[in-house]
Each structure stands twice: as C-alpha cells, then as structure tokens.
Design a protein around this ligand. Structure first.
Ligand code: NAD
Length: 256
C-alpha cells in the first residue's frame, strides 16, 4: 500500500494524469492534483476523490509552462514521495509552418516542467529516504511521426532526462522511469483527430483508423487504468531496481 506517501501528479484534472492519480489514491496515497486552471470543478474533483478513496486529496493550481510555478507546486505540496510528470499538450503542423508559440509551450510544458519539478522534489525524496519519479513520456519519446516536431523533441528529451536522473539517484532508494504509452483516447488525442484529418486530407474516422491506430499493431487504445497500474508497479518493491529506463504500453508500436 502507499499509505503515508504523497503523490504529486502534474496535469491531473483529466486523462492519464487523473487515471494515475486515482490508482494512487486507491492504494491509499495522499494525492496532489494539478492543472493551470483554478475552477470550482477542479477543487470539487479533489473533494470527490477524497471521499471516494478516504485519503487526503488536494488540488494545487500551477502552470507547468512556468519554471517558478513548477517549483512552487512541489513546495506547496510540502511532501513529494511520488512525482508523476504528466502535464502535456500537443500541436500538429509541418515543421516549417509550426507556430513558434506552440513550439515554446510544448517544450516548456512537456519537457522543461519535468526538470523543474524533479529538481524541487529530489531533496524531499532524499530527506524521506524513498522516492519515485515517473515521467509520462510517449511512444513518441522513442519513435517519430511527421507533423509532431515539438512533441517528439520534448518526449525524446524527457526519456533522456529519465536516464540521467536514474544515474544520479542510482545509489539511493529513489528510482526514475518513463512510461511510454501508445495512443490513449483522452481529450489530448480527441483534439488532434480533426488536425490529423486535415493534414492528410481524409475524414476523421479514417484519421483514427488509418493514421492514429495505424502505428499501434494491437488496433486498440491503451486505457488510463492500465497506465495507473503500471505507475503503481513502478512504486512497488518489485520495481526497486528498475531505474533510468522506459516501459512501453503501446500495443506493439515500438516493436516496429
Ligand atoms: P489530457 O489533455 O487529457 O491531459 C493533459 C493534462 O495536462 C490536463 O490535466 C491538462 O489540464 C494539463 N495541462 C495542460 N497544460 C498545462 C499547464 N500549462 N500546466 C499544468 N497542467 C497543464 O491529455 P492526456 O492524453 O491525458 O495527456 C497526459 C500526458 O500523457 C501528456 O504528457 C501526453 O503527452 C502523454 N501521452 C498521451 C498519450 C495519448 O494518446 N493520450 C499517449 C502518450 C503520452
């Protein structure tokens, strides 16, 4: 069980982050939910989860595109035994037409935020004598697709950072790993179906079948519950010597 442990999950009011947060809370961890918004429904989500799982669940607003807010999230959490760097966005466009502001935002949110939160969390993990850093990278941390230059760059960067943190903490009871999911049907993927259809000049149904799941030999979406299970495994004693590496959950994508 994760009783007495605090898990901070960035970008966790939706999708994979929320799925991992729910898995951690179900195992008894105290959970810190996060996004850049500060809506009633964000705080209500934390209340509802606390009631459902009987653990402490807080929502802390922080914008993961800002270095100081990344670090402030960890400071405000007060404890961080498990850090899940999950916040991420996507934009699909050819490189020579890729909007500069989208490039900067993707690099900041999908990659730089993991540097800042990890830098802030490692001293807390060292003090506590245990820690897990789990980076939600992507199959795009290991493989490329056209029109996703910023995303593929950021996710490859996160996989690189994962190896470095694994080495820097190798002699300590701390591990750092990246989960590399294939396609999961979350708002992030739903949002890129129209763009993909446009780039390829096909219908949205064809975009799902022929472009998105084309890469995924299982022809099935990965689920957030499966990713929650993998995150819990990485927190288990069985995974104590797994560090500085990646775990793919991609229906065979990266076997190709
Ligand atoms: P999602 O859009 O449902 O979730 C993204 C989360 O990040 C949301 O909670 C959102 O509020 C938060 N977020 C966005 N900008 C933020 C900011 N500036 N500051 C703080 N939080 C911010 O998408 P998802 O699919 O659940 O994506 C979660 C992670 O999983 C991302 O890193 C994504 O790259 C990765 N991923 C997704 C898939 C997939 O197929 N959905 C596959 C591989 C990896």
């Amino acid at each position: 069980s994760l009783n007495g442990k605090t898990a901070v999950i960035t970008g966790s009011n939706s999708g994979i982050g929320l799925g991992i947060a729910r898995a951690m809370a179900a195992e008894g961890a105290d959970v810190v939910l996060n996004s850049f918004t500060d809506r009633d429904e964000d705080h209500q989500l934390a209340k509802d989860m606390a009631e459902e799982f009987g653990t402490t669940v807080r929502y802390i607003q922080a914008d993961m595109s800002k270095a100081d807010q990344c670090r402030a999230l960890i400071e405000k959490a007060g404890a961080c035994d498990i850090l899940v760097n999950n916040a991420g966005i996507q934009h699909v466009a050819p490189l020579d037409q890729f909007p500069v502001d989208k490039w900067d935002a993707i690099i900041a949110i999908n990659m730089n935020s993991a540097f800042h939160t990890t830098a802030a969390a490692l001293p807390m993990m060292r003090k506590a004598g245990w820690g897990r850093v789990i980076n939600v990278a992507s199959a795009h941390g290991l493989r490329a697709s056209p029109y996703k230059s910023a995303y593929v760059t950021a996710k490859h960067g996160v996989v690189g950072m994962t190896k470095v943190v694994g080495l820097e903490t190798a002699k300590e009871p701390i591990t750092c790993n990246a989960i590399c999911p294939g396609y999961v049907l979350t708002p992030l993927v739903e949002g890129q179906i129209p763009d993909t259809a446009k780039e390829y000049g096909i219908s949205e149904d064809e975009a799902v079948e022929k472009v998105i799941l084309a890469k995924q030999p299982s022809k099935e979406f990965v689920t957030v519950e499966q990713l929650g299970g993998i995150a819990l495994f990485l927190c288990s004693d069985a995974a104590a010597q797994i560090t500085g590496t990646t775990i793919s959950a991609d229906g065979g994508w990266s076997a190709q």
